[in-house]
Write a protein that binds this ligand. Structure first.
Ligand code: PMP
Length: 366
């Protein structure tokens, strides 16, 4: 069955061409004749991979030089703690957090363990099915930063792009883009920091990409443990301690695929929009028997969370889907129901198969 009909919320599907190269590299890398799993992180080969990974991401995003780029470990969850440790200093008002779902609530809860923070907006009252307009939020201009999660992986909610203009009355924007990074272009200039773990659109688990405006690095207080201070990996070009060589290698293969096979992020966005349209059109046609969690304007192009109405029916759909080779459509444990994730490597053909399975199952219940 391989990877082709994997709708998992993460780790997610990776491009078949990348998996084939990764398989070969585990046995023997064409460039070196030894397994990628035994390559030294100080080897010329790996240093060139690190350079290429950075170069490719910079090219895909058209990233201005003023942003430092680093590959970190510890996942996005470690960043929930290290972002306030690095940036919520006494010179600023407490950081502001948008609490729009499971992951952003985890981020703000963690920040609260580090020091004071303020929840600028919460979707809890309405069951996390809608989002605010970022640019209309009432936040303190002198707050350390404003944090949000661009795509709520669990609830299937996705923010619209914030306006491009950098505003003096808004603190630096910090976005967890773990589940939509490199799925579409992004106006990077608007952000103080962007971070994303790899295991959705970029590669296997084990590496997290961070982009940080160098002006923010100046704010970091002295005295943090070196490994938690963002300047450490930036200064050591992501090679201060042993990085996850394999994960960074596969991520590099994915960036090559995005640049050369897909043709960049505009092209990737077109494919992703087409996939999402196909899925939501199917769900909307079944609206007598299916409920989509997200309010319409905020529906995510990456994750659709929905339900046939009760646990028994959802379980029956998971089984019916499995018979067609579809896997990974169970909802997150915190929300239940169903979820189909449409990350970059999920093909339109795979979405067609899912749409057929949904239609057949749904019409039997209508
Ligand atoms: N943020 C988002 C948006 C996520 O989807 C996830 C996990 N799926 C996390 C953070 C947590 O990431 P990690 O497991 O890398 O700590």
């Amino acid at each position: 069955m391989g990877n082709t009909l994997n709708f998992s919320g993460g780790p997610g599907a990776l491009p078949v061409a990348v998996l084939n190269q990764a398989r070969d590299a585990i046995v023997s890398l064409p460039e070196t004749g030894i397994s990628v799993l035994g390559m030294s992180h100080r080897s010329d080969w790996f240093l060139s991979i690190l350079d290429e990974a950075e170069h490719n991401i910079r090219k895909l995003l058209d990233l201005p030089d003023r942003y430092a780029l680093a590959f970190l470990q510890g996942g996005s969850s470690l960043l929930f703690a290290t972002i306030p440790m690095n940036f919520a200093t006494r010179s600023f008002a407490p950081p502001e957090y948008v609490s729009s779902g499971y992951w952003s609530s985890r981020a703000s809860a963690e920040a609260g363990r580090v020091g004071p923070c303020r929840v600028a907006w919460s979707g809890q009252r309405t069951g996390f099915c809608d989002l605010p307009e970022l640019d209309a939020l009432d936040v303190a201009a002198n707050a350390a930063y404003l944090h949000y999660v661009s795509n709520e992986t669990v609830e299937g909610l996705q923010f619209a792009e914030p306006a491009r203009e950098v505003r003096a009355d808004v603190p630096p924007l910090i976005a967890d883009m773990s589940s939509d990074f490199l799925s579409k272009p992004v106006a990077v200039e608007r952000f103080g920091m962007i971070y994303a773990h790899a295991q959705k659109n970029l590669g296997p688990a084990g590496v997290t990409v961070v982009l940080i405006d160098r002006a923010l690095l100046e704010r970091i207080p002295e005295g943090l443990p070196s490994i938690l201070d963002f300047r450490t990996q930036v200064t050591h070009r992501s090679n201060y301690n042993t990085p996850p060589v394999f994960a960074i290698y596969v991520l590099t293969l994915v960036t090559r695929w995005l640049l050369h096979d897909i043709g960049g992020l505009d092209a990737m966005q077109r494919v992703n929009e087409a996939k999402a349209r196909r899925l939501y059109d199917t769900l909307d046609k079944l609206d007598d028997v299916v409920t989509v969690h997200a309010a319409r304007p905020w529906r995510s192009r990456m994750n659709a969370a929905f339900t046939f109405g009760d646990e028994r029916l959802d379980a029956a759909f998971i089984e019916a889907a499995r018979e067609r080779g579809i896997v990974g459509v169970e909802g997150h444990r915190s929300l239940g129901g169903l979820r189909a994730s449409l990350y970059n490597a999920v093909t339109l053909d795979a979405v067609d198969t899912l749409a057929e399975a949904l239609t057949e199952f749904g019409l039997q219940r209508a």
